[in-house]
Design a protein around this ligand. Sequence first.
Ligand code: NAD
Length: 735
Amino acid sequence: MTDPQKNFRFETDADGIALAVWDMPGRSMNVITEGVMEELAAIVETVATDPAIKGCVIATGKEHFSGGADLTMLQGLGRAYEALKAERGEEAAMRHFLDESRRLSLLFRRLETCGKPFAAAITGLCLGGAFELALACHHRVASDDPKTRVGLPEIKVGLFPGGGGTQRVARLMQTGDALQMLFKGEQIRPAMAKGMGLIHAVAPTAEIVERAKAWIREGGSAVAPWDVPKFKAPSGKVYSPAGMMIWPPANAIYRRETHDNYPAAKAILASVYEGLQLPMDLALKVESRYFAHILRSKEAAAMIRTLFISMGELNKGARRPKDAPASELRTVGVVGAGFMGAGVAYVTAQAGLDVVLVDQSQEAADKGKAHAHALITGQINRGRAKTADRDALLARITATSDYDALKTCDLVIEAVFEDPKVKAEVIGRVEAVIGEGAIFASNTSTLPISGLARASRRPEQFVGIHFFSPVEKMLLVEIIRGEATGDRALAVALDYVRLIKKTPIVVNDSRGFFANRCVGAYILEGHRMLAEGVPPAMIESAGRQAGMPVGPLSLNDEVALDLVFKILKATEAQVGADAVDPAQKAILAEMVEGRGRLGRKNRKGFYDYPEGAAKRLWPGLAEIQPNRLDPEAVDFAELKHRLLVVQALEAARTVGEGVVTDPREADVGSILGFGFAPFTGGALSYIDFMGPAAFVALARDLEAKHGPRFAVPDSLAVMAERGGTFYGTADKRAA
Ligand code: NAD
C-alpha cells in the first residue's frame, strides 16, 4: 500500500499475507478515532482489491491491542447532534447522527464481507469497539499473557456495543450466555473466552501473529458463520419453544437487575431479540438505531462524563498541585494494624511499596500481616496470583511494635483507634522518628484533620487519607486538606493513591468529609421511613429501585448500628441536641441498647443472618415501629425520590460550604464511595440532568411534607434561579 499510514504499519509477506500493526504514535493505548477508522477502511480496500494479497492479520504494536472507541469522540457526536438540531432541525440532525454512529459498524461489516480472510492477533486488553473489530474478523487468536482480556464493557458507561457486538456475540453462543456477557460487560480471560466461543485459539504472545497467518495460509474462510446459507443461531429461532424458554425470563432478569434504570441494558435486550430474527445486514441496522438512541440518552452522557472522563482525569492527577515535585515513595508506614490498617498495608504492598506495619504489640502487628496473607491467598485460590507473588508481597511487609522502624518511611498513615488522645500520642511518637521530609496522614473517619494536626509539629506536612472498607475492594480514597495542609503533603497523598491504583477526591476539612455525610443522610432517611411506619421491605425496595446497590437498612447493617449510634451520640455531645434526629436516636437506642442488634457483625441487625441461608428482614421490626402505615397508602415513587434527593442535597451542601470544590469529585466520589445510582452520573449530575430548577421544586415539596432536612442550600437555590448548573458554574469559574 502506498498511502502513508499514521496509526497502522502495513506490510505484506512473501506468502501474500498482509499484516496491519496498530500502533498509534504518542499514545500508550490504541483507541478507535476518526483517523483510525479512515486508515482501517483504506487497509480493508487494499486487501480486498489487491490480487497479490491473500488475507490480512490485524495485530498491535503495543502492550495492549486496544481499549476500544475514543469515548470523547462519542461524546463529541452527541454535542454535534445538538448543534445540528438547532441549525437544521431534528430530522436532518438525526439522519446525520445515525450515519455517523453507523460508520464503525459499516466498516466492520465491509471487512467481514470483503471476500478476503481477516484474522485478529490479540494480546493485552481488547475491549469494546476493538473487540467488535476482532469479532468481525474471521479468526481470532489471543495470547496467553496474564494481562490479556477481551470483552464488551460498554454497558458500564451507559452505552451498548454499536459496532456489531450485540449481533455477533448473539450468533456465537447461546442467547442466555450472550445476554449475560453483554449485561455484565466483564473483561474475559483468554481460556474462558475460548470456552465461550469468542476466540478460536490461545497461544504464547510471540506466536499469535504467526498462528493467525498460518490460519490464512491454510485456507481460512473469508465467510463468517452467519453469512453461510442456512446458518442457525446456537439457541435456534426466537419464535420457537426454545426461544420462549429464554425471552420471558430474560425480561424478568433485566427488570430485577436494572429496575428499568438503564436504557442501554434495555436496548441490548431489544437489539438481540429483534436482530436474531433478521439477516445480518438488517440486524446490524437495527443495532445501529438502538445505538444512536442510546448515544443521545442522558444516562449515557452522565455515565460517560463521570465514570470515564472525570474518573480518568482524577486518576491522572487533575487535583494535584502543579508545582509540587514528583514524590519518590518507596516505604510507607502504617500505624495501627487493625481492620483498616491491615487492609492499607496489603494494598500498599500490592503496589510494590515496602511497608512498615506498627501496632502496640508484635502480636497485633503480626495479626495485621496475617490479614495480608489471607487476602493474597484468596487471590491465589481464584487464580489471580501465584504463590511467588505471595512470598514477594509478604517480604515487603515488616510487622513490628518498634516505632523506630518507621524512620525510613516517606509517608506514614495512622489507623489507630478513633480517639483524639490516642491519635495525638501516636502523632508525637511517629514524628519523633521520621525524617524531615516525611508526610504524616490520618485515616480518621470522623475527627477533623485540622484539629488532629494541632498535635503535629509540622501541620503543613499533615493530611487526611481516608480509606473506605473493605480497603482492598473500595476504589475511592478521600484526601482531606486541613487548614494548614501544604501542597507537598497533598501531592504526596495523591501520588500515593495513584500508586495503589485507587481514585482520589480532594476535600476540605469538615465533619464527615464528603462521602460519609451523604451516606449518613441515606441511612437517616431509611430510619425516618421506619419511624413513620413504612413497611421495611418497601423501604429497602425503594432504595434498590432508586438505583442504590442496597437499601438503607441493609447498608446500616453493614456499617454497624452501634457505630452509627456512637457517631450520633458524639455529634449530640459536640454540636448539640438539635444536630441529631430524635426519631433516629430512638430507633438506634432500641435496636442497639434495647435489643442488642448491632448489624451484620453479630448477625442481628435490621436483618437476621441465619447460618447457611440468605439474610432476611428481622420480623421483630414491626414491634419497634411507633406507627404502621397501610402499604397501599404509601407513595412509593416519593420514597424513591426521598432517598436520592436527601443525598443529593447533602452533596450540594458540601459544595455550598466549600468542602467539595469540583463537581467531578462529588460525582465520582458518590458512585465509587457509596454506589449512588450510577445511571445518574452521581449526586450532582442527578441535579444537573434533572435541571436544578426542577430539583429545587422537588426538594421544596419534600421539605413541606417531611421537614427541614430537605431544605435547599442557598447556593443551589441561587444557581437554579439563574439557570445555572454545577458543571456550567464550575466551567465558568475555571475559565
Ligand atoms: P481497629 O480497632 O480495628 O484497629 C485499630 C488498631 O490500632 C488496633 O490494632 C490497635 O491495637 C491499634 N493501636 C491502638 N493504639 C495504638 C498505638 N498507640 N500504636 C500502635 N497501634 C495502636 O480500628 P479500625 O476499624 O481499623 O479503625 C482505625 C481507624 O480507621 C480509625 O481512625 C477509624 O475511624 C478509621 N476508619 C475506619 C473505617 C471502618 O470502616 N472501620 C473506615 C474508614 C476509616
